[in-house]
Design a binder for this molecule. Structure first.
Ligand code: ZN
Length: 414
């Protein structure tokens, strides 16, 4: 866009609508970086003023254009007054003066922000509906394609103002710690505190720890064990997102399983989480992480390869030779109806998972140890005892005996 085009377009708009410096400059926001819209607006008005005054002196009939500009430009009002034409100042058609000192709205948020120890923030504002409507009316009428939205300018300017008062903070529109919400209709501000997400891995050494809910002889939960993470950040509550799950009576050994602790409503976004190590659970925290990582973890659980160890009791005596029949199950696809022990809304959902490899060792005539390497999501206990025929094929079916799983451990999540 040539400078003449900018001036022509600007004059066209000004003839019809009185616009403040910001609202006029914003129509050309995409032209020229590092200049605030108000500065752009002032520059355009100054050049229009110089051109029109020059034309006037040459005797051209530009009084109407000068009058239109004078409504929103003091030097032009003064010039016209000097030649006997009095023009009243008018308020901006789009913002009605809102943008003149929109920075003052930041004041309401500052005391709220001082209560939170955060690193990054974003600004969100509620702008009067009619202001947005009038803006889109002007943009459409003059086919403005070089502009910025008023919402964008307001959020940016309030953000800048906040930065002036807050040292060491930064604006992060994508993943802010806190979102400053300002309602320009009421002038009220609020601060939304986004959760802190901490990644890590855990090992479960006890057979009486469940992931989230207490039942039966479960003595504690992973969620309870990790409550101390919430306290590090002064959070209101916390949720543990785990990549897959194991039964409460199954141990989680080896290199552990990945999880993310989500701390809601924190008052601090800095802090280091110490590892946890007791008789039940080991938790090794890693880094701050993101919501996308939580989604990835949950998705990954479906495709992860898991290695299990089970200690199995057989109703009838087995020989080492008989156990060798289990080789047939390697590389098999297993079809499972939702186990009877799991109460679900759709109790007859079908699940299909791969069993890659099996290894076994007879411990005594009624007890054997079984290693199962399989796709994530396989109900391993059911794969062993068959769940009354609801899982096919199963170890029980192949060995033609009733089986009971005495112990189950997750040895590896690959
Ligand atoms: Zn305005």
């Amino acid at each position: 866009m040539a400078s003449v085009e900018i001036l022509d377009k600007a004059l066209e708009v000004i003839r019809e609508y009185p616009l403040c410096d910001s609202c006029l400059g914003r129509l050309f926001a995409q032209l020229g970086h590092g200049v605030e819209n108000a500065e752009r607006g002032i520059a355009i008005k100054t050049i229009l003023h110089m051109t029109l005054v020059n034309d006037y002196r040459k005797g051209k009939d530009v009084v109407r254009d000068l009058t239109a500009l004078a409504k929103v430009h003091k030097p032009t009002r003064r010039f016209l007054a000097s030649v006997g034409i009095k023009v009243e100042e008018e308020s901006c058609y789009i913002c009605g003066g809102l943008l003149t000192e929109v920075e003052k709205y930041a004041d309401a948020a500052l005391p709220l922000l001082s209560e939170v120890d955060f690193n990054s923030f974003a600004v969100g504002t509620t702008i009067p509906r009619e202001v947005l409507d009038r803006e889109s009316q002007v943009v459409k009428k003059f086919l403005i394609t070089t502009g910025e939205s008023i919402k964008h300018e307001i959020n940016r300017r309030i953000g800048k103002e906040l930065l002036r008062h807050l040292t060491g903070k930064r604006v992060d529109k994508l993943r802010p710690n806190v979102v400053v919400r300002i309602d320009l209709v009421t002038g009220k501000a609020s601060v939304e505190r986004n959760p802190v997400l901490i990644g890590g891995v855990y090992l479960k050494l006890s057979r009486r720890v469940s992931q989230a809910k207490k039942f039966g002889d479960v003595k504690t939960t992973l969620t309870e064990k990790l409550a101390y993470v919430k306290d590090v950040f002064g959070g209101g509550e916390h949720v543990v997102h785990v990549s897959g799950r194991e039964d409460s009576d199954a141990r989680m050994l080896g290199t552990g399983r990945q999880l993310v602790v989500e701390v809601k409503q924190p008052v601090k976004y800095r802090g280091s989480v110490p590892p946890l190590k007791d008789d039940d659970v080991i938790f090794i925290p890693s880094t701050f992480t993101t919501r996308e990582e939580v989604r990835r973890l949950k998705e990954k659980a479906k495709t992860d390869v898991k290695l299990y160890r089970a200690l199995v009791l057989s109703e009838r005596e087995l020989s080492a030779e008989e156990l060798n029949k289990l080789g047939e199950l390697s590389g098999k696809t297993v079809t499972q109806l939702t186990p009877r022990r799991i109460k679900r809304l759709s109790p007859r959902k079908k699940r299909v998972r791969m069993v890659y490899e099996l290894a076994w060792r007879l411990v005594s005539p009624h007890v054997f140890e079984l290693y199962v390497r399989c796709q994530g999501g396989l109900y391993v206990k059911e794969f062993i005892h068959g769940d009354g025929g609801r899982t096919k094929p199963s170890v029980s079916e192949i060995l033609n005996t009733y089986l009971e799983v005495l112990e189950l451990d997750v040895l590896a999540v690959e």
